[in-house]
Design a binder for this molecule. Sequence first.
Ligand SMILES: Nc1ncnc2c1ncn2[C@@H]1O[C@H](COP(=O)(O)OP(=O)(O)OP(=O)(O)O)[C@@H](O)[C@H]1O
Length: 300
Amino acid sequence: MKVLVIYNPAAGGGRDALLRRFVQALQARGAEVETYHTTGPGDATRALQARTDQGDVVVAVGGDGTTNEVLNGLQPEVPLGLFATGTANVLAKELALPKHPEQAAEVVVNGRNLLVWPGQLNAQRFLMWVGVGYDAWVVRGVNLAVKRVFGKLAYVQAMLQQVARYGQVRYRFVIDGREQLAYSAVIANASHYGGDFILSRQARLTAPTLQVLMFTRPGRWQLIKCLAALPFGLMESVAGVVSVSARDVQVEVLGGITDEPLQADGDPAGQLPARVTVAERPVLVRVGRTPLPRVDGPAN
Ligand SMILES: Nc1ncnc2c1ncn2[C@@H]1O[C@H](COP(=O)(O)OP(=O)(O)OP(=O)(O)O)[C@@H](O)[C@H]1O
């Protein structure tokens, strides 16, 4: 098996020792390994697009942002593997992937392929979510120097800084032809968010649909109520949160505001207006042999 490893040396503050153990574990299982170190944002996608032969599997070693960049450079039919060394690693949690390098290598070499439907934000594919409003402001506001030292706490700092602004900007969504106004939204392709939290009990990576959570009531207390429900997996039950399944979502900002950011898979992803759909074709992702744990509904 030819394994191409794409390693982001900046993810999670750098995990060179883990990378070495992971590569050794792949080789011990008979894999022929080539490793590429990314040089900056967008490099993983460009480096993959420049290759005609991507091997039997391409493994993203980093966090959710690195995985997103690998996904966007991946040739059709080449499976995507993961070894999570980033800060939050939400996709690895969604897929119940092991943290230990030897076990992660075992999944890559001897696991199974799970058929996953990515989402599509304009020209970019994503696996987890697209954020509009508060969620996107937080991602844009994260201080990277704080993130390098304090990890996830950098998100808490950015969340607190953006609370007061929530409710001041309104967005218009057209979801499979139906209009809805909201003050923020997360368009989820997967259940997890921010680590171990369950954002949506209905979102499914393996289904060719998206789950759109819209926050339709203004006010900072409303936002705090929603955020407080997140650790309990109850955000979709908060009054004023509208959660609908969709295949095609158009979003624009109202009030002539410009420079309204988006986030995709935890990294900044351009500005509104946007169209978010299910990608044209699925991708194969290497996962363990046991069924994925249930969030709600049958296991995959
Ligand atoms: N050599 C590099 N130096 C700095 N940044 C890089 C480099 N290579 C890639 N990047 C950028 O680093 C960003 C952050 O990486 P990633 O999201 O994987 O890690 P993380 O933020 O620590 O983890 P998570 O997203 O799971 O919280 C990526 O979006 C990518 O654009």
